[in-house]
Design a protein around this ligand. Structure first.
Ligand code: IPM
Ligand code: MN
Length: 361
């Protein structure tokens, strides 16, 4: 336990600053005058790149590395690109993942009360699983290093290591063990999502998964191919408890999962390594609605709650775990009282949602 925790706050682009400020306001309200959190803001993102030629200044990177946790809004503006055509605003997230070794991207997919799923006949509690997305290798490890030959041939390489797969799969089993199991049958179950029938790298992922699964025989394990997985997430989401998968697949199936629980605006994430963590919603910077006061802040606020539970667990500090629970509770009390943002079919502004959460926490 520490007296204070340094939180590096990086707003980013588009709606990033609005949702990030919303989360900080709610955190301040939750802790009151005796807050153990110390916030400091640092620049990064596409707009910063446009202005200065740097997407992620060294001082910001060092501050993130030194902080106890990093809270982020969202970054990236389509069209603000590196010479190779990739988006400059994404450097922030991607560099932190690789350089701080944030190997497990934990993405809870939970249908909360008051939110209408686009799926028929599902109610709050029926969808409640976690995607563990391998976050430090896979296809994304080619970022910045793929080859482009004569403007004719482009190559990106998918990398999977035994260590990388193993630590992520262990995290998945750990999360399953601590959970109540799948909503449909209460079974603690870890699903390996891969494409082992076609590619060697995914067959390797599956083989390492099976080795790790043998150490936890009391937790059910299974394999689902990624194409079938997209179908199951729509047709029988209640079957799942924890899903573990390669980086790129995790990116895709987490947006699909988010759609089933009301959209990416409600989906938090916790990108964690052994002693570092980055917390941001699963959504992007939505420049089309930026500055209008209508952005959905719930995803970032729920990510802030994930940050508190991770910090609380890492530092054995119940002050933080207790506020994390209060924050989650307050979100699930607020949503059913029609505090729905525009993306959720409501008319409530970002400020009204923040006000309500601050009053009720
Ligand atoms: C996500 C985002 C990122 C990704 C971007 C911001 C680099 O889509 O966290 O899911 O592609 O992983
Ligand atoms: Mn994504």
């Amino acid at each position: 336990m520490k007296d204070t925790y340094d939180i590096a706050v990086v707003h980013g682009d588009g709606i990033g600053p609005e949702v990030c400020a919303a989360a900080v306001t709610v955190l301040r309200a939750a802790f009151g005058a005796s807050s153990p959190l110390r916030f400091a803001e640092y620049p990064a993102g596409a707009e910063h790149y446009r202005l200065t030629g740097e997407s992620f200044p060294k001082t910001s990177f060092e501050a993130c590395r030194a902080a106890d946790a990093i809270l982020h809004g969202a970054a990236g503006i389509p069209g603000i690109n590196h010479p190779d055509g990739t988006e400059a605003g994404l450097d922030f997230t991607l560099r932190l993942r690789f350089e701080l070794d944030l190997f497990a991207n934990i993405r809870p997919i939970r249908l909360l009360p008051g939110v209408r799923s686009p799926l028929r006949d599902v109610k709050a509690g029926d969808i409640d699983y976690v995607i563990v997305r391998e976050n430090s290798e896979g296809l994304y490890s080619a970022r910045g290093s793929g080859a482009l030959l004569r403007s004719e041939v482009a190559v990106d390489t998918l990398v999977q290591t035994r260590k990388g797969i193993e630590r992520c799969v262990r995290k998945a089993f750990e999360l399953s063990r601590a959970s109540n199991g799948a909503p449909s049958d209460g079974v603690r179950r870890v699903t390996c999502c891969d494409k082992a029938n076609v590619l060697r790298s995914y067959a390797f992922f599956r083989a390492v998964f099976d080795e790790v699964a043998r150490d936890d025989p009391d937790i059910a394990s299974e394999h689902v191919l990624v194409d079938a997985m997209t179908m199951h997430q729509v047709l029988r989401p209640a079957h799942f408890n924890v899903i573990v998968t390669e980086n790129m697949f995790g990116d895709i199936i987490s947006d699909l999962g988010a759609a089933t629980i009301g959209g990416v605006g409600l989906a938090p994430s916790a990108e964690t390594g052994n002693d570092r963590g980055l917390f941001q919603a699963s959504h992007g910077s939505a420049p089309d609605i930026a500055g209008k006061g209508v952005a959905n802040p719930y995803g970032t606020i729920l990510s802030a709650a994930e940050m508190l539970s991770w910090l609380g667990k890492t530092h054995e500090d119940v002050r933080l775990t207790e506020v994390a629970k209060r924050l989650q509770h307050s979100v699930s009390q607020t949503l059913p009282t029609c505090y729905l943002s525009h993306d959720l079919g409501g008319t409530t502004s970002t400020a009204e949602i923040v006000g309500q959460l601050c009053d009720t926490i």
